[in-house]
Write a protein that binds this ligand. Structure first.
Ligand code: IPM
Ligand code: MG
Length: 357
């Protein structure tokens, strides 16, 4: 089979880690007889420098015409003073919206070989954990009405959160469907004791839960969830939540794995076109030094094979290759811990993984 993949390398370490994932995809394709056709497009600061726009029209068109999108990372100090609607980050929101990618899957699982890197106490994580955060990605306060106006105390800024039943239902279904393939537990996170959008969210989730009798459903308030994630992360299987709560909780969940350089993500909509990217950022401080950890991007490529192309055997092969080099003690600098090996560069780690494909 032939698959067209748009590459959005972006800024900082983005180009290095995307190149690593391309190398692994090519190796996997060669082994299983698939052809991946890669086309790069500009995004973020690199696009601003080149065209003045963080998300050129050509990039959106190119992605829409592809079978899937692999993204590195965007942003950096060079563009931090740009106005809000011209920042590199704006490109991320724009591409998510333009491609209709409303479901953001962020797995936070403990890699047994890296247990020592978690900031949580041994007795809390000894049983491990494997959480899938399903974050709504194209609605809520990120996309609501905003601006400046005269308020009680003079000029004020405002952002608004709105959610329709339809938006809640479709993200809810995504979460329940995923739970059916996992441990069949869904926790929906809201702030229904205060927010009207959360009360509609909760009511809609409850009626959906009725359609999935095999799934154990519960609600949790977002403040309590922030606490429960560090108290007992194992209680969670699938978490479903709004755009902003998901943004915050997914950073917390990734940190307790101790391996933010390892975590992948997928953004999906109603078609098989998805966008896959590491959870970490562009790490401008180490760009070009060869210190970047390519694993999150490589695992994002594996998610692409699984969710967009239905190639689960190929995806397993990549994930197993990563597990196996970690078990052998291969480490990049960010996950060194007490491992005795000297840290591998981005390119060396990539080759270690490629050897196992
Ligand atoms: C993320 C990031 C983005 C978000 C930023 C960079 C716009 O934090 O993907 O989690 O808030 O969605
Ligand atoms: Mg975030």
């Amino acid at each position: 089979m032939e698959y067209r993949i748009a590459l959005l390398k972006g800024d900082g370490i983005g180009p290095e880690i995307v190149d690593s994932a391309v190398r692994i995809l090519e190796k996997t394709g060669a082994r299983y007889g698939h052809r991946f056709i890669f086309t790069p497009y500009m995004i973020g600061g690199a696009a601003i420098d080149e065209t003045g726009e963080p998300l050129p029209e050509e990039t959106v068109k190119g992605c829409l015409a592809s079978d899937s999108v692999l993204l590195g990372a965007v942003g950096g100090p060079k563009w931090d003073d740009m106005p809000g609607d011209r920042r590199p980050e704006k490109a991320l929101l724009g591409i998510r919206y333009a491609l209709g990618l409303y479901a953001n899957l962020r797995p936070a699982k403990m890699f047994p070989a890296l247990k020592g890197a978690s900031p949580l106490r041994e007795d809390i994580i000894s049983a491990g954990f494997d959480i899938m955060i399903v974050r709504e990605l194209t609605g809520g306060i990120y996309f609501g009405d905003r601006g400046y106006r005269q308020g009680k105390f003079g000029e004020e800024a405002y952002d608004t959160e709105a959610y329709s039943v339809r938006e809640i239902e479709r993200i809810g279904r995504a979460a329940f469907d995923i739970a059916m393939k996992r441990d069949r537990r869904v926790t929906s996170i809201d702030k229904a004791n205060v927010l009207e959008t959360s009360r509609l969210w909760r009511k809609t989730m409850h009626s959906l839960a009725g359609e999935y009798p095999e799934v154990t459903y519960s609600d949790m308030l977002v403040d309590n969830t922030a606490m429960q994630l560090v108290r007992n992360p194992k209680q969670f299987d699938v978490i479903v939540t709004s755009n902003m709560f998901g943004d915050i909780l997914s950073d917390e969940a990734s940190q307790i794995t101790g391996s933010i350089g390892m975590l992948a993500s997928a953004s999906l909509g109603d078609s098989t076109l998805g966008m896959y990217e590491p959870i970490h950022g562009s790490a401008p401080d180490i760009a070009g030094t060869g210190k970047a950890n390519p694993i999150a991007t490589i695992l994002s490529a594996a998610m692409m094979l699984r969710y967009s192309f239905g190639l689960s055997e190929e995806a397993d092969r990549i994930e197993n290759a990563v597990d196996s080099v970690l078990n052998e003690g291969a480490r990049t600098a960010d996950i060194l811990g007490s491992a005795s090996e000297k840290p591998l560069s981005c390119a060396e780690m990539t080759e270690r993984i490629a050897d196992k494909i």
